[in-house]
Design a protein around this ligand. Structure first.
Ligand code: MRU
Length: 375
């Protein structure tokens, strides 16, 4: 996507050296700042501190981190240690594990002196594939938007989204926002309700920034406003992203997504999740019981940053010092609340048979490492 007329991806490998470049998402929308990551620890910290965030981007970053680790020391022990370090950075988005599973076995197959070169080309491939995948998600989601827009007689189609599942959350295009970019570019009138997405405000800070840069009409709303807007016919469609979706179609996404899905269900508003197949955890059946939910620092809730009237970034506390706060970062929307799952291969109902129709190669149940198989 373009920033001030220049094309950018959210992450890219340096053309020459063993370095990774990212957009620092912690300072948007106030500053557009690039950051260079030179080591495995730089990448781990960037993922943990959310300099890069969003499930597909976390996966791409992990692949780049393993490449930097292989460049420093390609021996088996070091690469296994790098895998553990990266996996510990954020627990919910399964793309991180997916990317490492794509890479590490292939690296261990080649002799150590060749590993950095192989790791670089796999990391580059993961980044390039992510762009193509998200573009395909956009094409399939565009069909849903175009169909709904036909009933609006030229009035804008009102789409509600939660968190940031735009190009900043991927290598490019985004997942939930990809169909919206494509619809706008195709001349379909859309208007986006942007949930602010407390506590870190990815909607207010990142989704709003992306939509404004692309000239897409949008309005930021408090997280609590969606249900009211739906009751008054002001939301035609919800599209969200996902951090991990089960083989049965339960969708884990940013905290608050579940409440939006409940409100959408009660008001007959279609509720779609857009996600690449790298976000589907084929080892998990029951999202509520089995998906680990990241608990983030309470400070993300008790404090907030913004610019003051002199345009200086300021951080302030919102809560009484004596009040504890809890910050679960994700929730699970059960499949019966999801109208459809938009993937790079097409749209599936949120069910195991429908997902397996699109991804027949996943028919066989995966056996979890360490699990005991019964005779
Ligand atoms: O905590 P974050 O900002 O990494 O959470 C991001 C989300 O929940 C996104 O909706 C999800 O990763 C999908 S991104 C295409």
């Amino acid at each position: 996507m373009q920033v001030n007329g220049e094309p950018y991806r959210a992450i890219w490998l340096d053309h020459e050296g063993a370095k990774i470049h990212v957009i620092n998402q912690t300072v948007l929308p106030f500053r557009f700042e690039l950051q260079t990551l030179d080591t495995l620890s730089d990448v781990t910290l960037a993922i943990r501190d959310m300099v890069v965030r969003g499930a597909p981007l976390i996966g791409a970053a992990a692949a780049c981190g393993l490449y930097l680790a292989a460049d420093t020391n390609p021996e088996d022990d070091h690469l296994q240690q790098a895998r553990r370090e990266l996996l510990g950075a954020r627990p919910t988005a399964v793309n991180l594990r997916w990317a490492l599973d794509q890479m590490l076995p292939r690296l261990l197959e080649v002799p150590p002196p060749s590993r950095a070169g192989v790791a670089r080309s796999i990391a580059q491939q993961i980044c390039d594939d992510d762009v193509a995948t998200n573009s395909a998600i956009g094409d399939h989601g565009l069909v849903v938007i175009a169909e709904k827009a036909r009933h609006k007689n030229g009035e804008p189609l009102n789409i509600l989204t939660h968190c940031n599942a735009g190009w900043l959350a991927t290598v490019d295009w985004g997942t939930a926002l990809s169909p919206i970019f494509k619809a706008h570019d195709a001349g379909i009138a859309v208007h986006v309700w942007v949930d602010e997405t407390r506590p870190r405000n990815q909607g207010a800070s990142l989704t709003a920034w992306e939509l404004a840069a692309h000239g897409i009409p949008h309005t930021v709303i408090a997280d609590n406003a969606g249900g009211h807007l739906m009751q008054h016919g002001q939301v035609d469609l919800c599209i969200v992203g996902s951090d991990r979706t089960t083989r049965t179609g339960d969708v884990c996404n940013k905290i608050g997504t579940y409440l939006k899905a409940l409100a959408a269900h009660d008001n007959d508003v279609p509720f779609y999740a857009a996600l690449p197949s790298s976000t589907i955890d084929w080892t998990v059946h029951n999202g509520v019981k089995e998906i680990p939910i990241e608990e983030r620092p309470a400070e993300e809730l008790t404090h907030i940053s913004g610019v003051d009237t002199d345009n200086r970034v300021t951080r302030i506390r919102l809560t009484p010092e004596a009040s504890p706060a809890a910050n679960p970062a994700f929730d699970v929307t059960p499949r019966h609340l999801v109208s459809g799952i938009i993937t790079e291969r097409g749209i599936a109902l949120a069910s195991e048979p429908a997902l397996l129709d699109l991804f027949p190669e996943q028919q066989a149940e995966r056996v979890l490492p360490g699990s005991i198989s019964t005779p």
